[in-house]
Ligand binder design. Structure first.
Ligand code: F6P
Length: 539
């Protein structure tokens, strides 16, 4: 029987079993089903994975060639086969001593030079050496979308306690509301605009960039002088009119959703400074070392991936919730949606054959405790099981509010405990009886208060959300996605699925202008919607 087959058999046994039974059978489960990377600990004891299933999952990772593929990635092999590209985002956080090459050509020298230039520019902005036409830069507006937005925006919020630079804003949506609301109240004379786009063709970004240039041009004589760019397409940044000295390049072997470690993080560098940015890189690097060196059974990204595969592929749970009990990680779920779903939302394997299993799961979430008062109802009592991934720091950043942090932590632990234990009908009946109910009404009311329990969760704990910890967390998830992709046999580094919608949008845009448009080629639903929009545009 294949390992997949053995895992399916194990899962059938698990179906009739309560996770609490696993704790009862194994006193050491509370520590044995945890994994440590530096000071960070991942607890996966509150899942229905027993030692046998773990052994099989590890065998699966080994059999699918995770270790070899990992060596290929770190070795600069072109593992992104549909784009014939190496996958070297890890180079962006590599240390000074690192030697990394693609096809025998060193990639680190240029990368280090650009990193140094980006740090230099960020420091110039922070220290007022680079000035706007009305004085020192007070506000930076990063215009980008997807990987050119989500990573730095998420990290800028996460590292708020380290902000001592200009205010940094992120504009992504082509909806004019986004840029209008962001620019309102900013002074064009002291604002710097960063146009961040790997391709420098993304329609949302280029449209917003032109809007920002017009906004600035209305008040300053040389708007281009207050623009910088981050891109792999240096010819296009020049064509846009941005001077070379404020253009920061990177290579096509850094995927958009993996790019926050390099100059795409320019806004973050300006917010928190090069030293803190470096600390974030060091955290990512520490996770890289752990991922490469720890044996599979003690390897945090590998185990997080295997838990994910168990829930998604073996148990059939279609989604997973990411629930940071850390308000400053509020954008982490959105960031992970791109990282995980753009990477592993594929329907064919590397060879182009239909996948014989499901693609990666739907990822969603919100910070705790807010989610508790919104969607946790379904997580606890809905008919579908949602594996939950909690994140929690031992310590917050507000010493005066340590009591609030303790309450936050208690809530996080209470949720995973409630998911695990649930509440039986007998317990619910006792509660209702104590309230004075009896007979049929007691039964009826009690049934609404039953929690099935036996619902899986993992908890990632770390001392405090610092730049270093943030780097560890992001690299952890990057490698988790990588391992899941290898086991599924897919290419986690392309994103062809975003193309069709882009092409159709280009074709549809003119159809929204006036009544000259010919929508005959469109389906009846699209034609009807177009007609409605056109009719109401001028109303
Ligand atoms: O449309 C998807 C995508 O290509 C992402 O992969 C990428 O992060 C985003 O668009 C932005 O692309 P760019 O950085 O080239 O503007």
């Amino acid at each position: 029987m294949s390992v997949w087959g053995e895992l399916a058999k194990n899962q059938r046994l698990a179906e009739g079993r309560h996770i609490l039974d696993l704790f009862a059978a194994d006193e050491s489960r509370g520590t044995d089903f945890t994994v440590r990377a530096g000071e960070m600990v991942l607890d996966y004891a509150k899942t229905n994975i027993d030692p046998d299933a773990r052994r099989l999952l590890l065998a699966l990772a080994h059999e699918c060639g995770v270790e070899d593929r990992r060596a290929d990635m770190f070795g600069g092999v072109r593992i992104n086969e549909t784009e014939a590209r190496a996958v070297l985002h890890i180079a962006q956080r590599a240390g000074d001593e690192a030697v990394i090459s693609v096809d025998g050509v060193d990639v680190m020298a240029r990368l280090r030079a650009i990193r140094a230039r980006a740090y230099g520019f960020a420091q110039d902005v922070r220290q007022g050496r680079f000035r706007g036409q009305g004085g020192a830069i007070t506000d930076v507006v990063n215009i980008g979308i997807g990987g050119s937005d989500l990573g730095p925006a998420m990290a800028t919020l996460a590292l708020a306690p380290w902000h001592d630079g200009p205010r940094v804003h992120y504009v992504s949506n082509v909806d004019g509301a986004h840029i209008a609301d962001t620019l309102r109240g900013l002074d064009p004379e002291t604002t710097l605009v960063i146009v961040a786009s790997k391709t420098f063709t993304t329609i949302e970004t280029m449209t917003n960039a032109r809007t920002a240039r017009e906004w600035m041009g209305a008040r300053v004589s040389d708007p281009a002088a207050q623009f910088a760019a981050v891109s792999t397409a240096l010819d296009k940044t020049t064509a846009f009119g941005i001077a070379q000295k404020r253009v920061f390049g990177f290579e096509d072997w850094v995927g958009g959703r993996y790019s926050m470690w390099g100059p795409i993080g320019l806004g973050l560098m300006m917010a928190v400074g090069a030293q803190n940015f470096e600390a974030m890189l060091a955290g990512g690097r520490a996770m890289d070392a752990h991922f490469c060196e720890a044996p599979l059974e003690q390897n945090m990204p590998v185990l997080l991936a295997l838990v994910g595969l168990w829930h998604n592929q073996i148990c059939g749970h279609a989604t997973r919730a990411v629930l940071p009990y850390d308000q400053r990680l509020a954008r982490l779920p959105a960031y992970l949606q791109q990282l995980e779903m753009e990477s592993n939302g594929k329907r064919v394997d590397m060879a182009g054959r239909d996948l014989d299993r499901q693609s990666g799961p739907v990822v969603w979430g919100e910070p705790g405790t807010n989610g508790q008062h919104a969607f946790y109802q379904l997580i606890h009592q809905g008919t579908r099981v949602v594996p939950c991934e909690f994140l929690l720091a031992a310590q917050g950043h507000e010493p005066d509010l340590a009591h609030q942090h303790r309450l936050l932590a208690a809530n996080c632990l209470a949720q995973s405990e409630a998911l695990l234990r649930g509440r039986t009908l007998e317990e619910a009946r006792a509660i209702m009886a104590a309230k004075g109910l009896e007979g049929e009404e007691l039964d009826r009311q009690a049934r609404h208060r039953v929690f099935p329990g036996n619902r899986p969760s993992t908890t990632l704990v770390y001392p405090q959300l610092t730049p270093f910890t943030l780097g560890q967390i992001i690299a952890l998830y990057e490698h988790r996605v990588f391992v899941e992709g290898v086991v599924l046999g897919i290419n986690s580094f392309d994103q062809w699925g975003v193309e069709l919608g882009k092409e159709l949008a280009v074709a549809l845009a003119p159809l929204l202008e006036g009544d000259a448009a010919d929508a005959a080629s469109k389906d009846p639903s699209t034609r009807h919607l177009l007609a409605y929009l056109r009719a109401h545009q001028s109303a």
